[in-house]
Design a protein around this ligand. Structure first.
Ligand code: ADP
Ligand code: ZN
Ligand code: ZN
Length: 817
């Protein structure tokens, strides 16, 4: 009998692939274990075993696997089930999900290894200089990696050299897999075992009287051992004994000390004792009861709690109860920036039971968290993470909390899987028999609709903790202010007066502007030219600080221009403004104040956010200017004023969610003000103070906004009534793109008629030199979304078979947010 395995490859192919294994291997292998397999001409991939069986594949001859990587499954059964659901629902391949889910260290890829040809019989004079260097290195070393060859010849493009050496038969190329994850080892030290015998130790100490430095080290080792009651690190001993590593080394060489290694976790909780959770007030208590009541009849509860109502403390109670039952908790956050504050809060209560999982962590750290979760180790019983943590190997999941559930950053846009983490979380919880709690001060229209119609249970918490009033939101008409000459740059007299008062009280200010950089457009006053990105259909944004013009879509940049590129005039002007400009204006308006800026230009690196958030918390900053990222869930104690520099560019998005989002954004930024005792003040500058949504936001009328929006959604056939699938087509050749997208659009129209819109050019019609066209499929309430997806996939298949459309990319986006 023959044995086979079906595996998932980490590449976008539709089907599982079958490989041949021996009987012994078949008995050893289980679903969820990794194997290295050959694929294509020479490539070796890490694949995941899905099934072991005896069925010979019909269409191709199964190859043998290269090697088995794991001794136990690293992916759980439920996790796999969830991955398949995700691939199916979001119309991508299981390989896409696999690749997105696991830390890259798990996906060992083959590396090209260069080995020497021992039968080589050319005279060295036939080699060029570069070639000779490689040849010589191979005389000392049997194998070289591509990277090493690059280092030897001192340049990146080594392939011409390798090719020539190959032609001359000097070397071979070979593919090999290598393990990326390296356990972190720490050096420890102890006294050699032989000194535990009677008398031996005394002799040693007597002997060492002649070497006082060394004796000092030994004495300190005893002290540390007695103090710590656990292994002593070499580092600690060096510090304690004020000894150099040389002294310890020589004791080691003499056989007095033994140095050994232990594996340690990279992520360690350094904190002290944990504290007990807060006593809830009566409103929080009621909300907690209601949530538990809700869970009795529903799998999902939506907690609609105003900003600063103490939702987090309610979550903490639920977490306590869940982990007491030995279950795992997943706490999803929309933004890495938020983890900084929350991790501290949660660690105060739960100590090292909390782990963080997100992309700013190193690969090695992520592997460790993964392994803890897989084994339900208490160290990762509570996982705090961004969207990709719904893909982790939970085994005993009891509760998922989706905080700020309305946030669109839960949706992944590129690459596939283009999933929504909130929705994927609800499904994941269901598969585990766990519960999901969605929390927000401004729930998404879909979620609130689900709660209103009974699909989710709804719990309301509409009082701020400590009975602080909701912030007072004032709309300031800047058209009027301009007319009356009451503007100073982008600051109205109202905003300035409030800033001055706030600063004089020793309180802090947050200013929100939706754009980074200094100014989105630089325009020539003489000819009207403004510099454009050569690769995208957008103007270049002026960054004064770096003296550059930058494209926010592809990263293209060039030095700031002093004169017009078209006509040479030096009469240049900027249009529109970003965070940098606000910062500059503030510095001249308030030279005494300390001003900080938080946007993606200032928060690069792992601790980028942390530094700014800590500085603001520590009141080293008086006024913090920032983009979206400072609107979300942050809890600052001393902020009493929030300014929104311009609300109009929020409202003017060409998107059916623009109004919902503007409401959420204004309410959320406003929610950062006055979280302790004093009522917060919010100034919203706008050209349209009578706009319905601004009015609703300023009066905290969530349900009014909801009713308006839900009516519009119904009328114009949008979610939650109609579902959306967006197809995006991309190509460098506009003509070809247009023909291709029309063909696809027409095929869709044949099946779905007027529910297909487009092809249509998005507001930015070209990015990275690729033109873009969109087609939108609206799916009516009662139609099976499954069937529609099958039809779309079928059309896509035919499309891909058409030679003249080859190279046109098609991206499918389900529930496009
Ligand atoms: P939300 O998540 O709803 O915006 P938070 O949970 O951040 O609100 O609570 C706002 C502030 O009130 C926090 O600083 C929090 O520590 C404090 N707080 C909330 N509930 C309590 C409580 N029961 N006892 C003491 N402080 C609380
Ligand atoms: Zn010009
Ligand atoms: Zn660009």
């Amino acid at each position: 009998m023959c044995f086979f395995i079906d595996v998932i490859l980490p590449i976008p192919i539709e089907k599982l692939f079958t490989y041949k294994v021996s009987e012994k291997e078949a008995a050893y292998l289980k679903q969820g274990m990794r194997v290295a397999v050959p694929f294509g001409k020479k490539k070796i991939y890490t694949a995941l075993v899905f099934k072991v069986h005896n069925k010979v594949p019909e269409l191709y001859e199964a190859k043998e696997i290269d090697q088995i990587i794991d001794s136990f499954p690293i992916v759980s059964e439920t996790q796999l089930k969830h991955w398949f659901w995700l691939a199916d629902y979001y119309m991508c391949t299981i390989g896409d999900v696999f690749r997105a889910a696991v830390p890259s260290a798990f996906l060992l890829e083959s590396e090209t290894i260069i080995t020497r040809n021992n039968d080589f019989s050319l005279s060295e004079s036939e080699l060029k200089d570069d070639e000779w260097l490689v040849y010589e290195a191979l005389q000392h070393q049997a194998v070289l990696s591509v990277g090493e060859v690059g280092a030897i010849i001192g340049r990146k493009n080594i392939f011409p050299v390798l090719k020539s050496l190959l032609d001359k038969q000097v070397l071979y190329l070979k593919e090999e897999v290598y393990e990326q994850y390296k356990p972190k080892l720490m050096k420890y030290v102890r006294l050699a075992a032989k000194y535990s015998e009677d008398g031996k130790l005394e002799n040693l100490l007597n002997e060492l009287n002649r070497a006082p430095k060394q004796k000092e080290v030994i004495m300190n080792l005893f002290v540390l051992e007695a103090d710590l009651k656990k292994p002593v690190k070499v580092k600690d001993l060096e510090r304690k004994a004020r000894a150099s590593s040389g002294v310890i080394k020589s004791l080691e060489n003499k056989g007095v000390l033994e140095v050994y290694h232990l594996q340690v976790d990279r992520i360690q909780f350094e904190g002290k004792e944990t504290e007990s959770s807060k006593t809830l007030n009566e409103f929080q208590e009621k909300a907690l009861d209601d949530i538990k009541e809700g869970f009795r009849s529903h799998d999902v509860v939506l907690l609609h709690g105003v900003t600063s109502s103490g939702k987090t403390e309610v979550y903490v109670k639920l977490i306590e109860e869940t982990i007491a039952k030995g279950k795992q908790v997943l706490y999803l956050l929309p933004e890495i920036a938020l983890t900084t504050q929350l991790i501290r809060r949660l660690q105060n209560y739960f100590g090292e039971k909390v782990s963080v999982y997100h992309s700013k962590y190193s690969v090695n750290e992520r592997v460790e968290v993964w392994n803890h979760i897989l084994t339900n180790n208490s160290k990762s019983q509570i996982v705090l993470g961004a969207r990709s943590s719904v893909l982790l190997p939970f085994s005993e999941l009891g509760l998922i909390i989706v905080d700020e559930e309305h946030e669109t950053s839960f949706k992944q846009f590129d690459p596939a899987p283009r999933y929504h983490a909130r929705d994927a979380a609800v499904v994941l919880a269901m598969m585990h028999g766990a519960k999901t709690l969605l929390g927000s001060a401004t729930p998404g229209i879909e979620s609130y609709y689900n709660a209103r119609t009974g699909k989710y249970a709804l719990v309301e918490l509409n009082r701020r903790y400590g009975n602080v009033l909701m912030p007072d939101i004032e709309l300031v008409d800047i058209k009027e202010k301009h007319r009356k000459k009451r503007m100073n740059g982008h600051f109205s007299d109202r905003l300035m007066k409030e800033i001055e008062e706030t600063l004089s009280e020793g309180e802090q200010v947050i200013l929100f502007q939706n754009r980074r950089g200094f100014s989105p457009i630089v325009e020539c006053e003489t000819c009207g030219h403004s510099p454009q990105c050569p690769n995208c259909d957008v103007s270049l944004t002026y960054h004064q600080y770096r003296q550059q013009l930058r494209c926010h879509y592809c990263g293209y940049h060039m030095a700031e221009q002093k004169s017009c590129l078209a006509c040479g005039s030096t009469d240049l002007n900027t249009k529109g403004f970003g965070t940098e400009q606000i910062e500059v204006e503030l510095k001249s308006l308030y030279p005494e104040a300390k001003i900080g800026r938080m946007d993606s230009d200032t928060t690069r690196g792992k601790y980028g956010y942390e530094k700014i958030i800590n500085a603001f918390e520590g009141q080293e900053i008086d006024i913090l200017v920032g983009t979206q990222m400072l609107t979300k869930g942050l809890d600052f104690r001393n902020v009493t004023l929030v300014g929104i520099m311009n609300a109009d560019n929020l409202l003017n998005h060409p998107d059916f969610r623009a109004h919902e989002r503007s409401f959420q954004l204004i309410q959320q930024v406003a929610g950062r003000a006055g979280r302790t005792k004093k009522r917060g003040k919010v100034i919203v500058q706008t050209y349209n103070p009578y706009h319905q949504v601004l009015q609703q936001a300023s009066m905290h009328k969530y349900t009014d906004m909801f009713s308006d929006q839900i009516n519009e959604r119904q009328q114009y056939k949008y979610p939650p009534f109609y579902r959306l699938i967006k197809l995006t087509f991309k190509n460098k050749d506009y003509q070809k793109l247009q023909e291709a997208a029309s063909w696809f659009g027409n095929s869709l129209k044949n099946s779905f008629g007027s529910n297909v819109l487009g092809p249509e050019q998005p507001p930015i019609g070209r990015i990275r030199n690729e033109y873009i066209l969109n087609v939108l499929v609206k799916i009516p309430p009662k139609r099976s979304i499954k069937e529609i997806k099958v039809t779309i996939q079928r059309i896509k298949k035919s499309f891909e078979a058409i030679a003249q459309y080859k190279g046109v990319k098609v991206v499918l986006n389900v529930d496009n947010y």
